[in-house]
Design a protein around this ligand. Structure first.
Ligand code: HAM
Length: 424
């Protein structure tokens, strides 16, 4: 027997419910992005592996163990993008766009070899935005306002919380790391294996350990905020004060450091308790050094990415969105001798009614009883059964299913009046 071929672990198929919510999310978000002057950028799914190593940082989970990497026919190492920021910066530099201020958005699949669970997949979808050329706190605020508008337009704003922090400059973090390592070395017994592995390689990641013992220990550890310079402090203070004036609720989470190395100053995550442990729906922050690190001219930058898969999970849980619009008119052809005439008529009906869902089916309905049972099983608003007699007698019967009435029309009347009838 032939063995069925299955999808790859951690890679999902999405059907009608999810794809409808997906489209709904994209439509709402795109409208808002348009009104703020953001432009779409489309970047490749595959990039040179070096790009991600240089951008994300060698000692991060993504680079150490989560990349889908393979060799090209010429032996070059290529990677399925684990995120969109690196590719966006590469494109900006390569296309010489650094010299103007830019507001971009992108959307598409990303790939990470993580352990799959609810809300965590190996192929997942992000909608991200990246802004280049602005160093002021006002752009950080613009991004958070945008996020808030997205959640409001999707009617889930009450269930999502903003967690925000400032991780300061690279230099501040280097100073902090030294003292943190000294503290953790003295308390090594409290660290789990994972934290011990990170101790010298990437000690900041220990800050967002989920282990309770480690979390308790961290309460006594030196605090990153005490190492942050005046410029970073005032940037963050200004941002927080504008959030307050705009009445945007936030929670300062001093342990929020992010798993990618390119950030500085503002970092943030939007979380919900509606979807289980993988609760970050959107995350981002400032990355003022990345353009230079990838070979461009020093350019301030900031961005975020929304995890669409997690947003879909949240939408399903929170909203009672009508996921699928009912069919407006279902047309059934009952006789193969009229197939051609029927198809031509149906195309005439569709021509001026693109805004309606009109479906065509072929079915042999021999009895009246079957006709009525057909109506009961249809989830359409109207039904048009096309039989041989309709074409010979030039009379057509349109059934308004919800009102339980029949409308008799000539071919011309049917074509002319269909829009009005469906609009009622
Ligand atoms: P990230 O935190 O790695 O940041 O991912 C952003 C969002 O993508 C997460 O908050 C989550 O919703 C979703 N996500 C990440 N991994 C998975 C997964 N395995 N399965 C399902 N969803 C996932 C970035 O990617 C940065 N590039 C964001 C950014 C843009 N920073 C600046 N600009």
């Amino acid at each position: 027997m032939i063995k069925n071929i299955k999808s790859i672990r951690g890679m999902k198929d999405y059907f009608i419910t999810e794809t409808n919510i997906f489209q709904h999310i994209e439509n709402k978000i795109k409208k808002i992005l348009f009104s703020y002057g953001y432009n779409e950028i489309k970047i490749p799914i595959i990039e040179n592996t070096l790009l991600f190593k240089r951008a994300i940082g060698e000692i991060t989970d993504i680079i150490e163990k989560e990349m889908f990497t393979f060799q090209s026919r010429k032996g070059v190492f290529l990677t399925l993008r684990p995120e969109g920021t690196a590719g966006c910066v590469r494109a900006l530099i390569q296309n010489n766009l650094i010299f103007q201020k830019q507001r971009f958005w992108y959307s598409g699949p990303m790939f990470r070899y993580e352990r799959p669970q609810k809300g965590r997949y190996r192929q997942f979808y992000q909608l991200g935005i990246e802004v280049f050329g602005f160093s002021q706190f006002t752009i950080d605020a613009e991004l958070i306002i945008l996020n808030k508008k997205f959640w409001e337009s999707l009617k889930i704003d009450k269930y999502i919380t903003l967690n925000i922090n400032s991780i300061g400059s690279l230099q501040s973090r280097e100073n902090y790391k030294k003292d943190l390592i000294i503290f953790l070395e003295k308390n090594k017994n409290f660290l789990d294996e994972n934290c011990k592995k990170r101790l010298y390689k990437n000690p900041l990641r220990i800050l967002d350990s989920k282990n309770i013992v480690v979390q308790n220990l961290l309460k006594k550890a030196p605090k990153l905020k005490n190492y942050i310079n005046e410029k970073s402090h005032s940037h963050f203070k200004n941002l927080i004060s504008i959030l307050e004036r705009l009445n945007i609720k936030y929670n300062i989470n001093e342990n929020l450091v992010r798993g990618l190395d390119y950030y500085n100053d503002t970092v943030f995550e939007w979380n919900t308790d509606k979807i289980g442990s993988q609760n970050a729906i959107c995350a981002g922050g400032r990355y003022d050094l990345l353009v230079e690190r990838l070979g461009g001219k020093k350019t301030p930058a900031i961005g975020f990415a929304i995890g669409i898969d997690r947003l879909i999970l949240a939408m399903k849980k929170i909203t009672n969105l009508q996921h699928q619009k009912k069919i407006d008119l279902n047309i059934v052809i009952t006789d193969k001798f009229i197939e051609k005439d029927a198809l031509i008529l149906i195309e005439l009906l569709r021509e001026k009614n693109l805004e309606f869902k009109i479906t065509m089916n072929f079915d042999k309905l021999k009895t009246k009883k079957k006709f009525f049972s057909y109506i009961n099983t249809m989830s359409s608003r109207f039904l048009l059964i096309l039989e041989k007699e309709n074409f010979t007698q030039k009379k057509f019967l349109l059934r308004d299913i919800s009102k339980n009435i029949n409308i008799i029309l000539s071919k011309q009347e049917l074509i002319k009046n269909l829009k009005n009838i469906l609009n009622k």
